[in-house]
Design a binder for this molecule. Structure first.
Ligand SMILES: [Zn+2]
Length: 530
């Protein structure tokens, strides 16, 4: 008996000792994460001085120099040889706001107004872009997905044709859990996929019908991202395709188009979400003429390394996009899109977490790369470029933790894992949250397709494990319903608008600080995992 008790006693002493030393190792690191620090960093990044951090503008120069200087001060090494910068080669194609876009049934013609009723541009680099009376085919959701047994292009040759399609996917439209991912937006629901598939199929032009619910954002967001110009990686698939036009029309404009074609829009969109849907020839044509303005541009990812001890050739990457939309004179009054929440907060988090790593009592095993990527808002281009041109081998990259927009609404019991169950890193977040008496929850609004809308997905596509961990909604003080409503309200009022400003008097930083500690500890665990 005595021996048994004694050994239990010894065991518990050892446990207490090991717990103490483990938390002691982390203590000064965790303490370095402070409200004052994160506030100062967000304030700088979201200031008008940084002009909305648009790629290839003076705002970029300020942003990347600030980040490099901060990483250096914190004590991190440059991630790209002697440099903190990884240059990303881009093509910038300006929107031709007076472009001609006509739909005709031979007798009557529709000429929708740019920005108000339709928006878009060419991904090609020729001086003049012409599409002459290209036959329009309604291809439902424009999806070719063998794994879901779905092909809207089956038996169809769209060479020379214009494809017209709905946003999102049949699972969303029907709430049928046996179709695609049910209400959760699948990869095939994304607009990026739809244009790419149209290009792969050989179409001449592509038109997506906007619908606020299905797209997960209002027309204004589409307008804003296509109004001035669009960036592409210099090496991109569209240049090798015949696609001359990528465009969106409003629901109202689509209605007129279907009326012109004598096709019932409501009926046909319902049938598009059912198995066995066949594409429909509309007996109307599209004509386009664009005076093209193209520039070659450079932007930069910012990369800084905190080396590991025993497995320094293996890497954990923290990513956050530094870019936002710059200045858009189309907005009256405040025309600077400062992107304070999206994503000055996440970029500031990189600095804060980097600093915490330097304060560890015992250096972690693996190296940690802090990667502030560019052109997320232009279609995840900076992260895609990195995944195609990695600074450290992807097969030595054990995981990616992506941070896009921190919590400003106060403490939450949960944090969200968008795409929960898709990576083998989830359990690190689950266990760290548990340690703090919190919990990991799946995306509360999976129909918005969040899993495909931030930089981790570029790594997933390249075969790297990635965790997209973000703010929770289960507010400690006000509950989950309130948290959902406030998050939704924030998106409607501020997402990709000039009102996404740094407002410390309105923000609650307590939840943000708690979340930062979680991000840090999750990375710490991964960097030391056996
Ligand atoms: Zn973002």
């Amino acid at each position: 008996m005595f021996i048994k008790n004694h050994s239990i006693y010894l065991l518990s002493v050892l446990l207490v000792l090991s717990c103490t030393s483990e938390s002691e190792k982390l203590e000064s690191a965790l303490q370095s994460i402070s409200v004052q620090d994160i506030q100062a960093r967000i304030e700088t990044l979201a200031s008008d001085d940084f002009a909305g951090r648009a790629p290839s503008t003076p705002g970029e120069v300020k942003t990347i120099n600030y980040l490099a200087q901060q990483f250096k001060e914190i004590g991190l090494k440059p991630g790209n040889g002697e440099s903190y910068f990884q240059e990303v080669s881009l093509i910038k194609i300006y929107a031709d706001k007076s472009m001609v876009f006509n739909i005709s049934n031979g007798k009557k013609k529709l000429s929708p107004e740019f920005a108000k009723e339709f928006i878009g541009g060419t991904p090609q680099i020729g001086d003049y872009i012409m599409v002459d009376n290209s036959e329009i085919v309604f291809v439902g959701y424009g999806i070719n997905a063998p794994e879901y047994g779905w092909n809207d292009y089956e038996g169809l040759d769209v060479k020379g044709k214009t494809v017209l399609m709905l946003i999102n996917d049949p699972g969303y439209a029907t709430s049928d859990s046996t179709l695609f991912e049910g209400r959760t937006m699948s990869l095939y629901g994304r607009w990026t996929y739809k244009f790419e598939e149209a290009a792969r199929q050989g179409a001449t032009a592509a038109i997506i019908i906007h619908e606020t619910g299905a797209a997960a954002y209002p027309w204004g967001v589409v307008q804003n991202s296509w109004y001035d110009s669009k960036l592409y990686l210099e090496d991109n698939m569209f240049l090798k395709s015949d696609l001359q036009l990528q465009s969106w029309v409003t629901t109202e404009c689509a209605q007129k188009l279907f009326d012109l074609a004598g096709v019932n829009y409501n009926e046909i969109s319902v049938s598009a979400s059912k198995r066995g849907f066949k594409p429909v020839k509309m007996n109307v044509t599209a004509s386009v003429s664009i005076k093209n303005k193209v520039e070659y541009a450079k932007s930069n990812n910012v990369a800084a390394v905190w080396p590991g001890k025993d497995k320094s050739d293996e890497y954990l990457i923290y990513t956050a996009h530094w870019d936002h939309f710059g200045v858009n004179p189309a907005f009256e009054g405040d025309s600077v899109l400062n992107g304070a929440v999206d994503n000055a907060t996440g970029t500031a988090a990189l600095l804060e977490i980097a600093e915490a790593f330097t304060k560890l009592a015992k250096q972690q095993d693996r190296s940690v790369l802090f990667l502030a990527v560019t052109c997320e808002e232009q279609g995840l281009l900076g992260s895609e470029f990195y995944a195609k041109n990695p600074l450290f081998p992807l097969e030595k990259t054990v995981g990616v933790v992506n941070i896009d927009a921190l919590n400003i609404l106060g403490k939450t019991k949960d944090m969200t894992i968008t795409g929960m169950g898709k990576s083998n890193l989830d359990h690190y977040a689950v266990s760290v949250l548990e340690k703090y008496g919190r919990y990991a929850a799946p995306d509360p609004m999976p129909e918005k397709g969040g899993y495909f809308r931030s930089d981790h997905i570029s790594f997933v596509n390249a075969g790297v494990q990635a965790l997209y961990l973000s703010r929770g909604v289960d507010n400690v003080e006000h509950g989950k319903k309130w948290g959902m409503e406030q998050t939704e309200k924030w998106i409607v009022e501020n997402y990709h608008k000039p009102s996404d400003n740094y407002e410390p008097e309105k923000w609650d930083f307590e939840g943000m600080i708690e979340d930062l500690k979680i991000y840090f500890e999750v990375g710490y665990l991964i960097s030391n995992a056996k």
